[in-house]
Design a binder for this molecule. Structure first.
Ligand SMILES: [Zn+2]
Length: 487
């Protein structure tokens, strides 16, 4: 080793390593963070690198649940700068050579261009390797690809402290792997291995499962302001703290996959989908959003809803006819431990005072990554992710979030006559004469800092809000004009 290679060289740093052992989900027995600036050439042997990395995690003997994340700046094959091939070609060579040493990998990184490859070998900890050069910086919530090695390692460690899970690939993939790990590693009292829900609704596909259009889901709604409202002094906005996380914790989900049951009488204990005769989108009152989503009602007047939505209609003494159903037999709050762990992680990692939206500091990045962990994971369940294919879970969570929001809006209307101006998913806007938003907030059951409850999002003098809306409308028309001009 010559003297120049003893110095950190930002172009040649190699591994940021982080690992953990645990006996059960969320129970971190030990973790290590290591970062090294390595002289040119030493990283050129993939098998050596993976063996070396895995050995760092094997402090107390091999643990089949141990895994670690490692970040490298470039594909560790040759001295940086000497390999001119595209990064994908370099990764293929790395994977081929790793396989010769017993390290299996999938080609997900090549297909999804996430920059992450997972290497596994029987009896050794799993190593998730991220290559900065191959990553899309926009798709990485947790860190900035330009950070130095030691900051990366610290950040990976912070994420694991907050979630009990190892960061890998994207926030959604990390979230799903965190969920599965809870069920694969948990041990029931008495030492028995706990059961697992069905992760893959393998029969699911649009041609075989006729749930179209899907259930109501997100609430996106707006109405015109009345002249009286325009004369009010203020507009207040409120948003729900962790709307999906609260719904995920509370949702009763199907343990087994839904099967076609037909026109079965409604049973609130069976999770799944019900096709009802909706006729209308089900009004609550003038100037309020509908209970169902008008765009999700079939032209023949029927609509698919999930179990909590039909239970909610029954609660309101509305008993639509059920003409078809896809139901699971057994229900459980499958996502509860996962959602509570993420809630605690968010509680202990609040946004530092005075940091703006889009702040790039490690603390704000971590918070964004924690939020993305559950929003993306729920989105992936409903798409065709490799790890969890349960669109029924995602749909049930979205319907439950909608119901929880509607209850608050309808309640504020019933008790105080408040009518929202617009709703966008977890955020709601109201016109009000009262300058202090807390008064209206109280009618909405606001509890700042509590998951599933409203907090104040913002407050504006009416003139400012109207100017902002006018500008928004102008831009919308401009975009539409450009579209029309193109077509
Ligand atoms: Zn910040």
């Amino acid at each position: 080793m010559n003297s120049s290679s003893d110095l950190p060289n930002p172009h040649q740093w190699c591994a940021v390593v982080f690992g953990e052992h645990r006996t059960a989900m969320f129970d971190i027995r030990g973790q290590r963070r290591v970062w090294q600036y390595v002289p040119p050439g030493i990283m050129s042997d993939p098998v050596w690198l993976l063996d070396h990395t895995a050995a760092l995690f094997e402090r107390s003997g091999p643990d089949r649940h141990a895994e670690g994340a490692m970040i490298v700046k470039h594909v560790p094959l040759y001295e940086w700068g000497t390999d001119q091939r595209p990064v994908e070609r370099q990764l293929v060579e790395f994977m081929t050579r790793a396989r010769e040493g017993g390290w299996e990998s999938t080609d997900a990184a090549l297909r999804h261009k996430s920059g992450w490859v997972t290497f596994s070998q029987h009896g050794k900890p799993t190593v998730h390797m991220g290559v900065l050069e191959a990553m899309d910086p926009e798709r990485c919530e947790l860190f900035d690809v330009s950070w130095p090695a030691e900051d990366m390692a610290e950040q990976l460690a912070r994420y694991t402290n907050a979630t009990g899970a190892v960061w890998r690939s994207t926030a959604g993939v990390a979230g799903l792997s965190m969920l599965r790990r809870w069920y694969t590693t948990r041990v029931l009292p008495g030492g028995k291995q706990g059961g697992q829900p069905r992760w893959q609704w393998s029969e699911y596909s649009w041609d075989k499962v006729p749930i179209d259009p899907g259930p109501p889901g997100d609430l996106v709604w707006r109405r015109l302001m009345t002249a009286a409202e325009r004369r009010r002094g203020y507009v207040h906005a409120f948003d729900i703290n962790g709307q999906y996380l609260a719904a995920a914790a509370a949702a009763e989900l199907g343990w087994d996959a839904p099967v076609p049951v037909g026109s079965y009488p409604f049973d609130p204990e069976r999770p799944g989908y019900w096709r009802i005769v909706a006729r209308a989108s089900i009004k609550y009152g003038r100037g309020l959003p509908d209970t169902l989503n008008p765009t999700k009602i079939h032209s023949n007047g029927t609509a698919w809803v999930t179990t909590p939505m039909l239970a909610y209609l029954h609660e309101r003494k509305i008993y639509p006819e059920v003409i078809d159903s896809w139901l699971s037999n057994r229900r459980a709050r499958i996502l509860r431990p996962w959602a509570e762990r993420l809630r605690d992680g968010l509680t202990f990692n609040g946004r530092p005072d005075g940091h703006p939206d889009g702040c790039n500091c490690p603390q704000c990045r971590l918070r964004n990554a924690l939020k993305a962990t559950y929003t993306q994971a729920i989105g992936l369940m409903g798409a065709s992710s490799a790890m969890v294919v349960r669109p029924d879970w995602a749909d049930t969570i979205r319907d439950l979030a909608r119901i929880n929001l509607l209850r608050k809006l309808y309640g504020a209307f019933d008790q105080h006559g408040y009518m929202p101006l617009r709703v966008y998913r977890d955020c709601v806007w109201y016109a009000d004469d009262e300058p202090n938003p807390a008064v209206l907030g109280a009618a909405l059951g606001m509890i700042p800092g509590r998951m599933g409850k409203f907090k104040i999002e913002g407050t504006w003098p009416m003139a400012e809000y109207l100017a902002h809306e006018a500008e928004r409308e102008r831009k919308r028309k401009e975009r539409r004009g450009q579209r029309d001009a193109r077509s």
